[in-house]
Each structure stands twice: as C-alpha cells, then as structure tokens.
Ligand binder design. Structure first.
Ligand SMILES: CCCCCCCC/C=C\CCCCCCCCCCCCCCCC(=O)SCCNC(=O)CCNC(=O)[C@H](O)C(C)(C)COP(=O)(O)OP(=O)(O)OC[C@H]1O[C@@H](n2cnc3c(N)ncnc32)[C@H](O)[C@@H]1OP(=O)(O)O
Ligand code: FAD
Length: 645
C-alpha cells in the first residue's frame, strides 16, 4: 500500500483482534499461510495470468487464452520446481477453470484410487509429467445422477484379451466430462462390465481418446464440445465433452472402490466452498464499508451501508459461514485421509459415514455458497451487477457446483438413507458413532427442554448443540416412524423424500456447528482471535436457528420465546462484530488480482476505479458506435421527415 491512500484505514484501525494471527487460523497453519502468500504474489505479478478481460473475449479466444495460461502454469511449475502443495496453490490463485482441474482433480485420483498396482505403474508417471492428459468420463446424455443407469458397455473379448467399449445409443454418449471436448488424450470411462455375456455393474476403464502425434480422435471415437454454458467467460474457459466410442483397451479394476473418486472430489468441493464464499463476502463487506446512503445530518457524511442492521443481518451470517465452512472443510479432509488409510488396510467400516458426510456437506456448503454469492451481489446494489464487481462471474463459475459431482438433492437423499439406517439400528448392538454419536442419546434428546431464559444464555455452546441435536433427532425419528407405516419401504422413501431431505439438512447443519465448536476448544493464540471466532460461531448457529425456526418449534426443541431471544442475541452479536468486519475479511489475505473486483479492492478506492474500468469496455473504443450509420441514423432521419410532414 506504499504511496496509496487506504480508504479503509479507519475501519482497519477499529479491529479488536490480531489480524495477522487470524490469517494463520484461516490458512490452517503458518506454513500454509506463508506458502499461499508467496504463490498469490507470484501469480498476481505475472502478466500471463491477467484475467480482467475474460468477460469480453469470444469463446475461442477465451479457450485459447486458457490453454496458454495452463501451459505457462506448467512451465512455471517445472522451472521453479514447485511442490505439489505449491502447484495446487498456483492453480487456486490463477483462478481459471481448465482441463487441468479434471486431469489432476479426477483422472489422477481415479487411477490412484481404483487402478491395480500394475496399472498405476504404467499410467501415473505419464499423467504426473502431463505426457498424457486425462478426464473423468462418467456422465452420459441420458444419465448423470443414476450411475447404475449408464448405458456404455465394456465387453471383454477373451480372443484378443481386450475390452470393447461401446456407446450403443445417443443417450449413452458421454456428455459433460471436463477436458474431454478438445484437450484430453485419455479418459477414465465408466461402463457396464460384461464378461461371458454376464453383467457386473459399472466399472472405470482407461481409454485412449486421441492420437499423441496429431491429437486426432482414434478410429471409432467421435468427440466435440457440448456448447456454451451459463455466463460470459465463467466456466466457458473449460471444454466439456461429448464422445461416442467403439474402442478397445485393457483394464482390470477392483470392485469396491468405484465410488472412491467421488468421495475425494466432494471433500475438496467443501473446502472450495469456503474460498468462493469468503471471496464474495470480502467484496461485499469492503464495499459496504465504502458505500454511503442516507442519514446525513447537517450536511455531514452519510451512513455507511454496513451500519444498517438489515445489511448486517444479511452479510454477517455469510461471513460467519465462510469461517464455519473453512473449519468443517479441515475436519472433512482429516476424515477423508482416515478413511483412505483404512480402505488401504481393507477396513470398509467408516466408508458409509465418509460417504454420507462428503455427500451431505458438499450439498449443504455449495447450495449455501451459491445463494450467498447472489446475496453478496445484491448487497452491493447496482454496482454488484457490473462484471467489474467480480460477482457475476464468480456466481456463474460457482453455481454448477450445486449440480456436478452429484446433484445436491440426490446427495441429501443419500444422507437420508444413512440417517434412516442409523435410526433403525438404535437399540441394537450397533452403537452410533462419529457424526451420528448424538443419536445414542436419542431418549434424552426426544424429551429434553432447552434451558434458555435470557438472550445471553444462547452464548453457551452446549445449549446450542443440544438444541440442534434435539431438532435433528426428533426430525429423523418422526420421518422414520412415518416410513415404518409403508408396506413397501422404497415407496415410503419416495413419498417422504421432502421430509427426508429436511432431516438431512438439519443433520449436516449440526455437523458444521459442532465442528466449529470443536475448533474453539483448541488452543488458538492471538489477541481477541478466539473471541471473534466464538462470535462468528454463535452467529452461524443462531442464524440457522432463526431461518429454520419452524423446525425447532415444530419439534418442540425450543419455545417461541427462546426463538425470539436467539434473535435478540443475534442483533447484539452483529454490533460486536461490526468494528471487526473489515479485519475479518482481510484475514483471508486475498490479493486484488485474486479477488478480481473493483468493489472489493483492498484500498477501498472504488469510484475512480469503477470509472476507469468502464472506459476500458470495447464498446467505448469509438465515440460513435458501430451500427450507427446502418441503424440509428436512418431511424433518426425518418423521424425527422415524419415530424416535418
Ligand atoms: C488455467 C490454469 C491452469 C493451472 C494448471 C496448473 C497445474 C495444476 C497442478 C495441480 C493442480 C491441482 C488442481 C486440483 C483441482 C481439483 C479440483 C477438482 C475440480 C472438480 C470439478 C468437478 C467436476 C465435476 C465432475 C463430475 O461431476 S463427475 C460425475 C459425478 N457424478 C455423480 O456424482 C453422480 C451422482 N450419483 C451418485 O453418486 C450415485 O450413483 C448415487 C446417487 C449414490 C446413486 O445411488 P444408488 O441408489 O444407485 O445407490 P448405489 O449406487 O446402489 O449405492 C449402493 C451403496 O453404495 C453406497 N454409495 C453410494 N455412493 C457412494 C460413494 N460415493 N462412496 C461410498 N459409498 C457410496 C450407498 O450408500 C449404498 O450403500 P448401502 O450400504 O446403503 O447399500
Ligand atoms: C459444469 C459441469 C461439469 C461437469 N463435469 C463432469 C465431468 O467432468 N465428468 C462427468 O462424468 N460428469 C460431469 N458433469 C455431470 C454432472 O456430474 C451431472 O450433471 C450431475 O451428476 C447431475 O446429474 P444429471 O445431470 O443427470 O441430473 P438429473 O439427475 O437429471 O437431475 C435433474 C433433476 O432431477 C432431480 N432428481 C434426479 N434424481 C432424483 C431422485 N432420485 N430423487 C429426487 N430427485 C431427483 C434432481 O434433483 C434435479 O433437480 C458436469 C456437470 C456440470 C454442470
């Protein structure tokens, strides 16, 4: 900030906590903070990684630009000998969806998680050096959610010792796989395995798609891009492919790990949610402190919009959620690492819980984040609608996360199955553990009474936890009892699916709240850091309580009076967080390059920069627009003639 006026300096001076220590908490460790900071600056200072022109490039230019960035990123990774951790941060700060995401994020993990030792030895070295580029070809035109409904077949031919991969119908074309359309040379293709005329369910097969010499599709394979997607720029940096195959390959896949890649990616999507959310919140918070409307007295300055309680009521729960998702993401990473180690030792006991947690939290965090980005756009008033605010593109890139890697409702139904199984086993020898351990106290939770008598009682973490546990247990038991009345359980499941989804949401919200509370039990250094995190935790929980008051009241988990007291406490928490708001978003340590937003600039110098940005639009290249002579001038002349008549 040398030589630059900091329009947010007063705001920064108000902070009541050590922002440098908060940066470490947000990053996860001092090591990660320093590494992220270094790589963020490296990316921001490299002109090839410029991204402020994305909204105005044509699809072809946009795509070619992305190829250029990916090649440059790879060159820098090699030149600088970046570690895997550093390379992955570099990808994060380059901030552009590309085929490389699917290569590193799905193709490589699919081989690591599902291929035999021999297959790994063959394919991984090639993939690690990017001598082949891979994608993850599961979804078809006709089926995405219903993986068992995939139509592509892989028929083993004992004569040639090969698998014949075949898409017999239009609907069996692979449709959507990122990178497939124009770049990938290889794919993990999911297909129904057939041997000796017998079906063995869906398995993954490594298929070569294109020649490594001239990039042409191999014989029998038709490939292309599926067309423009939502939003200018945004996800259109990515080629999403369609393909039909009739190609032969060798493969041999272990049976039980078919879904493993999806568990891995869902876990990374939860961590990403806190990044996208914090980015939108950073923009909206800084701008809310800069923007002033109404309230001027005797010609004095107007009120900063962040001081309006309605703005705080919309913004601060999103800020709190960004921190909440950060911590639940950390925990989920731990859970994933743990389940992976167990699977390697052939222990499958915790896989159902890992599946339920990754599916449920992926659904909860992405739905919330997509809605929150749109809310942040509205929080920025009209200027939020400008591409230079960064918010329209962020929304367009982020919103498909609600669909890819499992539609969010379909995933909540998976959680519901897990919850119903847990409830049905209560009273048996199998005790609920992990995230469902609270169900072990179901008798207490079905009849306990919330003890809150005054607003401050809601600051007790045990009180909050018990209210959330009682709500979830009661909702789950109620729907389980309804299910039991159906002669056919699958019919009951379909009929009651809206209630089941609501119980799953409650369960996932409980997980997020409980992991935030667990985080606060750790040793967290730095003046005021733990106190501020405690406030955010309470805001996160009490806001959910307010938004889902119907659940809490209808299950008798709290009384109407207690609901009202929770709301009083929320308002008081907003006042306490307000002076710290700018410092809390500074703790994300985002560079202006990464934020990509005039409204969210670190220095708060919004208006001159908005004006400057507007002049850069290609429409302003000429004073008189193209088309004037063909379409405007004749119109005006006609009007003139008509007026004279
Ligand atoms: C330009 C810049 C470049 C820079 C470059 C620099 C270089 C970079 C270097 C490093 C960078 C690193 C970058 C990494 C980036 C990573 C980012 C990753 C980005 C990813 C983007 C995402 C793209 C999206 C991809 C996709 O969408 S892939 C397709 C996903 N599809 C789905 O998710 C389908 C959803 N459907 C299902 O999951 C299921 O089939 C279903 C819903 C579960 C169906 O269920 P069904 O009823 O049919 O049940 P069954 O199938 O019979 O299930 C039976 C039992 O199995 C259990 N089950 C189900 N699923 C799972 C599971 N996943 N895991 C475990 N168990 C599971 C189920 O519970 C049943 O159990 P039971 O006990 O009840 O029998
Ligand atoms: C940007 C993007 C990138 C993608 N990348 C890849 C990729 O790299 N590789 C790949 O293989 N795939 C990819 N996909 C595909 C993606 O995984 C699927 O679109 C996703 O799994 C949803 O499946 P679907 O499209 O079949 O939705 P559908 O299942 O057809 O969903 C349509 C509607 O039906 C509802 N529905 C479906 N089933 C049920 C049910 N049982 N009960 C109640 N409601 C139900 C859903 O909630 C939804 O509202 C990508 C998708 C997008 C948008």
């Amino acid at each position: 900030m040398d030589g630059v006026v900091d329009h947010l300096a007063d705001e920064r001076n108000k902070a009541q906590f050590d922002v440098e220590e908060m940066k470490i908490v947000w990053a996860g460790s001092r090591h990660v903070f320093e590494l992220s900071d270094r790589i963020a600056r490296l990316v921001a200072s490299d002109p090839v990684f410029r991204k402020d022109n994305r909204a105005t490039l044509s699809r072809k230019d946009l795509f070619k630009n992305t190829l250029r960035k990916a090649a440059h990123a790879w060159k820098r990774i090699i030149e600088l000998r970046l570690s895997e951790e550093e390379a992955s941060k570099l990808r994060f700060y380059v901030d552009e969806a590309a085929f490389t995401d699917l290569h590193w994020g799905m193709f490589v993990p699919a081989i690591k998680g599902q291929a035999t030792e021999e297959q790994q030895q063959k394919w991984l070295p090639l993939a690690y050096k990017m001598q082949i580029i891979g994608c993850y070809a599961q979804t078809e035109l006709g089926h995405g959610s219903n993986v068992q409904g995939l139509e592509t077949t892989a028929t083993f031919d004992p004569q040639t010792d090969e698998f014949d991969i075949h898409s017999p119908t239009l609907t069996s074309s692979k449709w959507w796989p990122g990178g497939l359309g124009k770049v990938s040379t290889h794919a993990v293709v999911y297909a129904r395995l057939i041997t000796d005329g017998q079906e063995h369910g869906v398995h993954g097969f490594i298929v070569q798609l294109r020649s490594l010499d001239d990039h042409l599709p191999l014989p029998g394979i038709t490939i292309g891009d599926i067309g423009m997607k939502f939003g200018n720029g945004a996800y259109n940096t990515m080629d999403n492919g369609v393909t039909r195959n009739g190609k032969c390959v060798r493969s041999n896949v272990p049976r039980q790990l078919i879904y493993g890649t999806m568990v891995f990616v869902r876990q990374t999507i939860v961590s990403d949610a806190s990044c996208a959310l914090s980015r939108a919140v950073c923009i909206a918070t800084r701008y809310s402190a800069v923007r002033r409307q109404f309230g001027s007295q005797n010609g004095g300055v107007e009120t900063q919009v962040i001081d309006y309680k309605t703005q705080q009521n919309r913004l601060f729960p999103l800020l709190a959620a960004a921190y909440a998702f950060r911590f639940v993401g950390e925990w989920l990473k731990w859970l994933y690492t743990d389940v992976t180690q167990r699977l390697q030792a052939n222990d499958f006991s915790t896989l159902p819980e890992a599946h339920a947690c990754t599916a449920g939290l992926k659904s909860l965090t992405t739905t919330f984040t997509a809605d929150a980005i749109e809310e942040c756009r509205k929080l920025c008033g009209g200027h939020g609608y400008l591409c230079s605010s960064g918010l329209p593109e962020l929304f367009a890139v982020y919103v498909p996360a609600c669909t890819y890697e499992g539609d969010n409702v379909v995933l909540l139904l998976q959680v519901a199955r897990f919850l119903m199984k847990t409830v049905s086993q209560l009273g048996s020898e199998k005790k609920p553990v992990g995230t469902t351990a609270y169900m072990g106290r179901v008798e207490h939770l079905m009849q306990c009474r919330c003890s809150v008598q005054k607003a401050e009682d809601w600051l007790n973490p045990n009180t909050i936890l018990e209210a959330f546990e009682a709500r979830t247990a009661r909702m789950s038991v109620a729907v389980a009892q309804k299910l039991a009345q159906f002669a056919n359980p699958e019919e009951g499941f379909l009929e009651l699916s809206p209630n089941l989804v609501e119980a799953s949401v409650a369960h996932c919200q409980l997980i997020v709240v409980s992991k935030f509370i667990e985080k606060l039990q750790q040793d967290i250094p730095g003046k005021g850091v733990k106190e501020l995190l405690g406030m955010l935790c309470n805001i996160y929980a009490l806001n959910i309580l307010h938004k889902h008051l119907g659940d809490f009241l209808s299950t008798g988990s709290i009384t109407p009076k207690q609901g009202s007291l929770a709301n009083d406490q929320l308002r008081s928490l907003y006042s306490q967080v307000r002076p710290n708001a700018i410092a809390l978003v500074d703790a994300f340590n985002y560079t202006d390059h990464y934020l990509g937003s005039v409204l969210g600039r670190y220095d708060g110098n919004v208006y001159p920069k908005l004006y400057e940005e507007a002049w850069k639009d290609p429409l302003n290249d000429s004073v008189v627009p193209d088309g004037y002579h063909e379409y405007i001038r004749p119109l005006l002349k006609n009007q003139l003639r008509n007026a004279r008549l």
